[in-house]
Design a protein around this ligand. Structure first.
Ligand code: 3Y8
Ligand code: NAP
Length: 249
């Protein structure tokens, strides 16, 4: 009887959890505990770090996990690295459920940068009205460019206000839609968007709005991720669970 651990925090993880619940599979969805009230799930949930690779390997053995699905966000590189190492050590088959990176389309005005620091550096120059669509964890880095008016979007109300002198904070969790993001960006007169290449449908609305309005985008490329088997669809994961995982393929 499979006993599946989903490393979650994405739209795809929630979709997989729903399918496993329908099939009656034994599965747990894991959150880091970054948000105050994560989306309710139809399977049991655990919240909090494992305690590094050792903690995760111990968890896998103690809970007799038979399969790991790493469905974390493409920027959760530390978690993904730990998962591959712990899975190898505990001899538990692992697959990643991820989404393709976004690619620029006709009309897009992207400047690609490798990381947060490069995005900060790209904001040198005269004041702009910037939609900083990076969430909460990295916002303080942009106080190095205080000249801009920033539109911020967090999942939760922060305990203390962000360090940016001129900012407007919207508290909203995605997935976001085209009409909503277009209205938000129009209301704030946004003339530059900064975001991560998250991929997927949950955060793409701001790129559609930027395209429609001819607004430039500073696009942060994904961090390097460990080598592992990766698929883009929930059905691919189910096929792996049902046919491939135990044959080590
Ligand atoms: C805690 C779980 C679902 C999953 C929803 C997806 C879509 C909406 C878009 C913008 C970009 C951002 C941010 C974002 C999106 C989905 C998905 C996605 C981006 C939740 C969730 C958790 C988190 C953590 C949170 C980060 C933050 C990043 C906001 C739940 C809602 C900006 C990433 O306050 C904090 O500490 C927030 C931290 C990591 C990045 C940051 O640096 O602030 N996500 N987001 C997960 C955990 O604890 O393990 O609360 O239900 C999940 C989702 N966020 O099932 O509906 O699939 O990607 N999340 C980015 O892409 O740039 C918002 O505003 O346009
Ligand atoms: P990260 O930097 O890769 O991981 C840092 C540490 O957080 C990990 O070593 C682990 O702690 C813990 N952790 C991360 N994801 C976890 C999970 N699903 N379950 C249990 N512990 C987890 O991770 P992150 O970028 O902060 O992302 C945290 C969560 O938010 C993930 O679930 C991710 O899918 C979600 N998320 C992140 C982003 C983003 O932009 N980074 C966007 C959307 C959703 P231990 O070492 O103690 O085990």
């Amino acid at each position: 009887m499979p006993n599946i651990l989903i490393l979650g925090g994405t739209t795809e993880a929630s979709a997989l959890a729903a399918r496993l619940a329908l099939r009656g599979d034994r599965a747990v969805l894991s959150f880091a505990g970054r948000t105050a009230s994560p989306r309710a799930q139809p399977i049991p949930v655990r919240i909090g770090g494992f305690g590094g690779v050792d903690g995760l390997a111990t968890y896998l053995r103690d809970h007799r996990v038979t399969h790991i699905v790493d469905a974390t966000h493409p920027f959760a590189a530390q978690m993904s690295g730990n998962a591959v190492t712990a899975a190898t050590r505990a001899r538990v088959p692992l697959i990643a459920l991820t989404r393709p990176a976004w690619a620029p389309a006709a009309g897009d005005r992207w400047t690609r940068v490798p990381d947060i620091d490069a995005a900060v550096a790209a904001l040198g120059g005269p004041p702009r009205r910037v939609m900083l669509a990076l969430g909460r964890m990295h916002v303080d880095a942009f106080s190095a460019q205080p000249q801009h008016q920033y539109l911020l979007r967090f999942v939760d109300q922060p305990e203390c206000p962000p360090a940016l002198p001129d900012h407007c904070l919207v508290v909203d969790r995605g997935p976001f839609d085209d009409a909503g993001d277009r209205a938000l960006m129009d209301a704030h007169g946004i003339d530059l968007v900064v975001c991560k290449n998250a991929g997927g449908p949950g955060a793409v609305a701001k790129l559609h709005a930027a395209r429609a309005r001819g607004i430039p985008v500073v696009m942060i490329d994904r961090p390097p991720l460990p080598a592992r088997r990766a698929v883009h669809g929930v059905d691919d994961v189910l096929r792996w669970l049902d046919h491939d995982a135990d044959r080590g393929v």
